[in-house]
Design a protein around this ligand. Structure first.
Ligand code: FES
Length: 259
């Protein structure tokens, strides 16, 4: 990136192309012309794909859904940064952050727990399995409880909401030098463990989600902090230490041995 542009730009893209999970991949160079600075990064890729289709070439596969910064599907590494030069999702990154003549490297998330499916698409189902291990609250059968039956103090609601903002995009894993998923897992654990509704599963939740995270092959956390820097939703680094406290507490209470 070399500046902020207001005029249409011509760009060189070097994009990771990989036809399937078992194939070798490589960077392939493309030129895109007359890119509006008001386009989103994904719209710029749409333009490239339209050109490729017209030329009879295979379009670049990339994940996306909401294009509103909500679903977390659109992750890619842009010039070495998860989601690119702005602290936002790739779909919310605009081309005005690039300049005419720039060369942009575009790669998939790089982490052994996120294998490449095709081109820029990776398999993030490891996150789903971490969520499945404990990202829920028990709901007794019967009629719906009265809304005020379980009061939640404002600071507790705020803390839970701060962690609930995680959209599971995987930028934390991609940015981490160890490929660790501690920021994601801690956001999910702390969101529910903070609330009275999450209290019945408080111990089993943290033990099971951390156990599943380890099983999925994510790396170990050395508190490098890159995860929190890359997170488009601002999940704070202290989320990890809060989860570690929850884990030790649960292990001491007779769950499973810590470490
Ligand atoms: S496409 Fe949903 S967050 Fe980017």
């Amino acid at each position: 990136m070399s500046g902020t542009s207001t005029s249409p730009m011509n760009l060189t893209l070097r994009i990771w192309r990989q036809s399937g999970p078992a194939s070798d991949g490589s960077m392939v160079t493309y030129e895109v012309k007359d890119v509006s600075p008001d386009m989103s990064f994904l719209e710029m890729l749409d333009t490239l794909n339209e050109d490729l289709i017209v030329r009879g070439e295979e379009p670049v596969a990339f994940d996306h859904d909401c294009r509103e910064g909500i679903c977390g599907a659109c992750g890619m590494v842009i010039n070495g940064d998860a989601h690119g030069p702005e602290r936002t999702t790739t779909c919310q990154l605009h081309m005005r952050h690039f300049a005419d003549g720039d060369t942009i490297d575009i790669e998939p998330w790089r982490a052994s727990a996120f294998p490449v499916v095709k081109d820029l698409v990776v398999d993030r189902s490891a996150f789903d399995r971490v969520i499945g291990a404990g990202g829920y609250v028990g709901v007794p059968t019967g009629s719906a409880p009265e809304a005020h039956a379980t009061p939640v103090p404002k600071p507790v609601a705020d803390a839970a909401f701060e962690h609930a903002e995680c959209i599971g995009c995987g930028a934390c894993v991609a940015a981490c030098p160890n490929g660790a998923a501690m920021l994601f897992t801690s956001a999910k654990v702390n969101h529910l463990n903070a609330l009275p509704q999450g209290a019945p599963e408080r111990e089993s939740r943290v033990l099971d989600m951390v156990g599943q995270m380890d099983e999925e092959g994510f790396g170990g956390c050395t508190l490098a902090g890159e995860c929190a820097t890359a997170c488009p939703k601002g999940i704070p680094l202290f989320s990890i230490s809060a989860m570690n406290r929850e884990y030790l507490r649960a292990a001491r209470k007779g769950g499973r041995p810590a470490g």
